[in-house]
Design a binder for this molecule. Structure first.
Ligand SMILES: C[S@@+](CC[C@H](N)C(=O)[O-])C[C@H]1O[C@@H](n2cnc3c(N)ncnc32)[C@H](O)[C@@H]1O
Length: 417
């Protein structure tokens, strides 16, 4: 039977935690967290204790004006500093107690988004680091589950239901997986690779879209493609491999660099048809591999093909796919004594993971760098300004904005040492 007294009690407990978090009252919060979750949420604002602790640092405009009028700005600054220190301790305590870094409030903001909006760098960095820890833990749990369990969804479901059968039940209640993919949307079936590969594509002057109106590739990315091509093939006569032809932007620029060999892997029949129509199969040095890179690349490794520059930009694939590509294959395909000066080939990729929210982009930037390092690569980042795509009308007719950020971080990877 539904007991209204229980609801009132739960709400009181939620409000007490939110208040203690907003007041940065560590002893009270520690006490409340003994019997309550760090992930309660206000039913109206959607605030979690993390949101409350960070939002409480927003300077009160009246207090600021009064301090200016009284000539007490230095005191107000000092008080602000103390408040941020208290907030830092509160946020750390909440993370230690399993607070989720990416819960959304009613405004669609994560706690880190609030920190970024308010310019609270230290608190923002705490949220980014918590995101990195949570996502790394989850991906490792995922791998562990694959090792001890099966790899099908069905088996995963069974694992969750059956306890004590010798298999490890992995429930990560305090971490939430993010399915970030390049340009694709989480939970949107149209952006799953097999569905995408079966859909009809439309080629316009400035964009390539699929059946569902997803932007597969857009002309505004040309600056990013040009810079990537310059870094991967800085001189003529090199051997390059590009995974994902799309609108052929990077391949066109690579051709200008007069490569000795120019391999392209492409899986979509419509893109392949267009490549033939445009005579890509007859361009100097070009070898087209038709199919998914997952099926093509092992053969290239087996044949001992080596490259000076490798670029990876597919569509509707999860981060896991990119990680598999550089962990399993780049190591075998990139010439350690290649490149224009014989100091080793270079690997690059379209860095679009989580680019619809700054904090997710920053979390995945750190994760990919760590994973690359573990796979044997050093990464150099170059920052490129992205124009205001809304203002330019780029998203008109596109299902979803896959890029909302002002800066693109362009990665170039080379073998460590
Ligand atoms: C974002 S576009 C690439 C754009 C390209 N960088 C350019 O400059 O135009 C992604 C391309 O990867 C292809 N693709 C998607 N999944 C693939 C897979 N598993 N293997 C090979 N190609 C794939 C898509 O069909 C699409 O042509």
């Amino acid at each position: 039977m539904h007991d209204p007294a229980f609801d009132i009690e739960t709400d009181l407990s939620t409000q007490s935690i939110l208040l203690a978090a907003a007041n940065h009252d560590i002893p009270a919060l520690r006490n409340l967290l003994r019997n309550s979750s760090a992930n309660v949420q206000d039913s109206e604002t959607g605030f979690t204790p993390l949101h409350a602790a960070i939002a409480a640092c927003e300077p009160d405009e009246d207090e600021k004006t009064a301090a200016q009028a009284n000539g007490k700005e230095a005191d107000a600054k000092e008080a602000g500093k103390e408040e941020i220190e208290a907030a830092t301790k509160t946020v750390k305590l909440l993370f230690e107690n399993g607070a989720i870094w990416n819960d959304l409030d009613a405004n669609g903001e994560t706690p880190g988004c609030i920190a970024q909006r308010l310019g609270l760098t230290e608190l923002y960095e705490l949220c980014v680091d918590a995101g990195v820890r949570a996502e790394l833990l989850l991906s490792r749990l995922d791998e562990y589950q694959l090792l001890v369990g099966g790899d099908s969804d069905e088996e995963d479901d069974e694992d969750e239901e059956e306890e004590g059968d010798g298999e490890v039940e992995v429930t990560a209640e305090d971490v939430e997986i993010l399915d970030v993919s390049q340009e694709a949307a989480q939970g949107d079936e149209s952006t799953e690779n097999p569905n995408y590969l079966a859909s009809n594509l439309t080629f316009d002057r400035d964009r390539l879209t699929d059946d569902a109106g997803n932007g597969v590739m857009m002309e505004w990315e040309t600056t990013l493609m040009r810079r990537s091509a310059e870094l991967l093939a800085p001189a003529p006569g090199l051997r390059v491999l590009n995974v994902g032809h799309g609108m052929g932007i990077i391949d066109g620029i690579l051709q200008e660099k007069q490569p000795k060999a120019h391999h392209i892997i492409e899986a979509h029949p419509d893109v392949l048809k267009r490549m033939r129509e445009q005579g890509w199969d007859k361009k100097p040095g070009v070898v087209i591999h038709e199919g998914r890179w997952q099926d093509v690349v092992p053969g290239l490794v087996e044949k001992g093909e080596l490259f000076d520059g490798i670029y990876f930009d597919t569509f509707a694939e999860e981060y896991k796919a990119l990680r598999e590509f550089f962990t399993e294959y780049v190591i075998g395909l990139l010439d350690p004594s290649g490149g224009p000066d014989g100091e080793g080939g270079r690997f690059g990729f379209f860095n679009g993971m989580g680019a619809d929210r700054q904090i997710v982009y920053d979390v995945y930037g750190k994760i990919v760098e760590m994973d690359l390092f573990e796979a044997g690569f050093d990464t150099e980042w170059e920052t490129i300004q992205v124009p205001d795509l809304d203002e330019q009308g780029e998203w008109q007719g596109v299902r979803r904005k896959y890029w909302v950020l002002e800066e693109y971080r362009l990665p170039t990877c080379s073998f460590i040492g």
